[in-house]
Design a protein around this ligand. Structure first.
Ligand SMILES: [Zn+2]
Ligand SMILES: [Zn+2]
Length: 55
C-alpha cells in the first residue's frame, strides 16, 4: 500500500539544506545537490511524492 511520503510531504521535492540560515554553505557557487535551485528531488521517494508502506 502506498502513502504520502513523510519526508517531502507528498510534493516530491524538498528544500535543500544549503538554503537559508547557517545551512547556506554555497554562496559563491551552485550547490551540487540542488544545482543552485534551492530545492532538490526527495531522496526518500525519488520525486514521486509517494512512499511504500514498509510495515
Ligand atoms: Zn518524498
Ligand atoms: Zn543545495
Amino acid at each position: 500500500m502506498k502513502h504520502k511520503c513523510g519526508y517531502c510531504g507528498g510534493t516530491g521535492i524538498v528544500e535543500c539544506d544549503c538554503t537559508g540560515g547557517c545551512g547556506k554553505k554555497y554562496a559563491d557557487e551552485d550547490c551540487p545537490m540542488c544545482l543552485g535551485k534551492g530545492v532538490h528531488i526527495c531522496p526518500e521517494c525519488n520525486g514521486t511524492g509517494k512512499a511504500e508502506d514498509d510495515e
